[in-house]
Design a protein around this ligand. Structure first.
Ligand SMILES: [Zn+2]
Length: 216
């Protein structure tokens, strides 16, 4: 049995998941649990929360409390993906360029998760995973892949595993069964970036109440 990993201080990230595509709740929450597990195995304490979809719902947090270790994940419909002019096969997107500091927004596309779950169906060993869980697994790995881009910076695609640019049939099978993890090298880079963002967040918290020099 795997040993519970001790998480380092400064290993927390919070991911607000905005379910604009209306993925059913049990699928989405399973995906959030699996994504949490994938980050935990990399040494990161990822808290995935439902983001409010209307102003009547609870606000995420006081704006002043948000910082570089908070992420916003939008699950979009096919129509939204098309209006953004995105590649037809992409499961997700991390907008911006790798050299941008503190990028914190990613998109996932519900219709592609649906399609990959159907493609992965025939390779699924039915005694391990039930068919209703396939889409949740794909969404979870999509979440890990896209947030992985934000945390790994440049050269974030790898030759295999979660960070492969395009998953093949075997990857899909491994994803559905939950066999893939971030590599040790990716995990180390991810932990480093999460720690840096948390340090910056604490620094920002301290600096908020102070009036800047030039305003005095
Ligand atoms: Zn990618």
């Amino acid at each position: 049995m795997a040993q519970a990993r001790e998480l380092a201080p400064n290993s927390r990230i919070t991911v607000y998941v905005y379910n604009y595509a209306g993925v059913d709740e049990s699928t989405l929450h399973r995906a959030q649990r699996v994504a949490r597990y994938l980050f935990r195995e990399a040494g990161v304490d990822a808290v995935l929360l439902d983001g409010p979809l209307s102003s009547e719902e609870q606000p995420v947090q006081e704006a002043g409390e948000l910082g570089p270790s908070d992420f916003f994940l939008h699950i979009l419909t096919r129509e939204a993906a098309e209006s953004l002019g995105l590649r037809k096969y992409a499961l997700g997107l991390a907008p911006g360029t790798p050299d941008e500091l503190n990028r914190n927004v990613v998109y996932l596309f519900d219709h592609i998760a649906e399609k990959l779950a159907i493609e992965g169906g025939p390779v699924r060993p039915s005694r391990i995973v039930s068919s209703s869980d396939e889409k949740a697994q794909i969404l979870a790995y999509g979440m890990a892949h896209e947030i992985g881009h934000l945390l790994l910076g440049s050269n974030s695609h790898g030759p295999f595993g979660i960070m492969r640019a395009r998953w093949n049939k075997k990857d899909l099978c491994d994803i559905i069964c939950g066999f893939l993890l971030f590599t040790p090298e990716e995990s180390q880079r991810i932990r480093g970036e999460v720690a840096r963002r948390n340090q910056e967040k604490s620094a920002l918290r301290v600096s908020v109440p102070m009036s800047p020099q030039w305003a005095r």
